[in-house]
Write a protein that binds this ligand. Structure first.
Ligand code: GDP
Length: 472
């Protein structure tokens, strides 16, 4: 009901609840406090008209099309270790046209915005890797517009490359492939293109729709062409936001600084953030005392897609927390306190993440339409065979999606992806590493391991038929 009133999908409401730490099912009645907070996440206010808490929702903010202006794309760089993510980000940072004027970007604040020669802008998230990307997504924050997947052209498509691609695809974020290190004598970009095509990622040169660019992040070859492709992709996405309203966005990172107090890097997604604004970020709040850009220069205002460091919060919010500006401090404070209280209550209750049993139960109730699976195995042949067979279990009612498959141990990254995408993790003749196990316990992600293909198929099938008996 709430979802249809706000004209969003029920899954979005459920995931907003999850990110507030409230584990709910489709037909569950939300408590008044939760209703307020969830509606707030979508820009709605709830008014309770009587003691029965009959709610009427008043729209507070839907942007008129004429208020929307273009905004810069926000880009994350992902790829296998040593393939050149850091070098790429460093090169772009250095060639920023503003760099010459005011001394370049010296501070790491988690994100930076570059201006290209023609005046166009791109914002880069400065923590490369899909772990950071998916950790944010697990908190319900969709920050990235475009993912650059860096692949060293003198190497192969490696496990982390595959992971990065799976993470971008699971998030529905378009990719641009940067075939890096083409200055190297051993570079063979065609081989990489072929390996990509084998995993159904077809680059444009091969008749597909994924843009790619050969580059050298070290020498700088074709880096301008890569950025052009980012802008082209951004144009296709028609990225826009209304700069003329109270700011909202996402926390990129936050810390306690000895001299300055709590320092948080925020990425504005809509509206304009000003010095003096009252901000609510996660369970923290405060008046913006000062704002700095990535060069450490003071700023007075920051519009959509612009990252800023702010001083003045009463604590350090978590990366991926949403922030929002309020007209008065009291309102910000009240919601911050409510959220804090709610989070504490929720952490006492046991939260319930997805397990195969739970999925079976919800499928039986007609609440579930998709079964997301992350599949790891000991050899490629059995991973492929199992993946094929699992996907073929799809019925008209339930789609089985293999979000990611690969050879090797179950890693933390797999668990993160499962958390962000409501997936279960299946291991075939492989186990979870110690860190992955800890994270899975914490996030309550179910890992099912099998050593017989048919056992895996049977259990998933049973779950889909809603008749799996709980694992003891
Ligand atoms: P990351 O782990 O993906 O962040 O990779 P780095 O950016 O740290 O790069 C790993 C290594 O590859 C470093 O020694 C870089 O100097 C080198 N490297 C990165 N890009 C290039 C390139 O385009 N050409 C060459 N020859 N070396 C590169």
């Amino acid at each position: 009901e709430l979802a249809s009133l706000m004209e969003v999908s029920p899954m979005e409401v459920i995931s907003a609840c999850f990110s507030l730490g409230v584990m709910v099912t489709m037909n569950q009645r939300l408590e008044a406090d939760t209703l307020l907070l969830v509606a707030d996440e979508f820009g709605f206010k709830i008014e309770f008209s009587d003691a029965d808490l009959e709610e009427s929702i008043t729209e507070v903010e839907v942007d008129a099309p004429e208020d929307l202006l273009n905004r810069a794309p926000i880009v994350t760089v992902m790829g296998h270790v040593d393939h050149g993510k850091t070098s790429l980000l460093d090169y772009i940072r250095k060639t920023n046209v503003i760099a010459g004027e005011s001394g370049g970007i010296t501070q790491h604040i988690g994100a930076y915005n570059v201006e290209l020669e023609d005046g166009q802008r791109i914002t880069f998230l400065d923590t490369p890797g899909h772990e950071a990307f998916t950790a944010m997504r697990a908190r319900g924050a969709q920050v990235t517009d475009i993912a650059i997947i860096v692949i060293a052209a003198d190497d192969d498509v490696m496990p982390q490359t595959k992971e990065a691609i799976a993470h971008a695809q699971a998030a529905g974020v378009p990719m641009i492939i940067a075939l890096n290190k083409i200055d190297r004598p051993g570079a063979n970009p065609d081989k990489v293109r072929e390996q990509l095509s084998a995993m159904n990622v077809l680059v444009e040169e091969w008749g597909g729709n994924v843009q790619s660019q050969e580059v050298s992040a070290k020498v700088g070859t074709n880096m301008d062409a890569l950025l052009e492709k980012v802008l082209l992709q951004a144009e296709l996405l028609e990225l826009s936001a209304n700069p003329n309203k109270l700011a909202q966005g996402v926390v990129i990172e936050a810390s306690l600084d000895k001299g300055r107090g709590y320092v948080a890097t925020m990425l504005v997604q809509a509206g304009t953030l000003n010095v003096g604004d009252y901000v609510l970020a996660g369970t923290n709040h405060g008046k913006v005392k000062a704002m700095l850009d990535e060069r450490g220069n003071p700023m007075k205002a920051a519009g959509p897609s612009i990252p800023v460091t702010i001083l003045g919060l009463d604590g350090a919010p978590t990366a991926g927390d949403k922030f929002r500006v309020f007209n008065d401090e009291k309102e910000a404070k009240t919601i911050a306190n409510k959220r804090d209280q709610l989070q504490r209550e929720q952490s006492i209750r046991t939260k319930k993440h997805l397990t195969l049993d739970e999925i079976g139960r919800r499928i039986a109730l007609g609440e579930f339409k998709e079964l997301n699976i992350i599949l790891k195995g000991d050899v490629d042949g059995s991973v492929e065979a199992l993946s094929d067979m699992l996907e073929r279990l799809s019925t008209e009612e339930i789609q089985v999606n293999i979000l990611h498959k690969g050879v090797g141990q179950i890693t933390e990254s797999d668990i993160l992806l499962a958390t962000a995408s409501d997936a279960i993790v299946i291991g075939f003749n492989v186990r979870a590493g110690a860190n992955a196990k800890d994270l899975a316990d914490k996030e309550e992600i179910e890992i099912r391991t099998y050593s017989v293909i048919y056992a895996a198929i049977d259990e998933v099938k049973e779950a889909m038929e809603g008749m799996l008996s709980p694992e003891i």
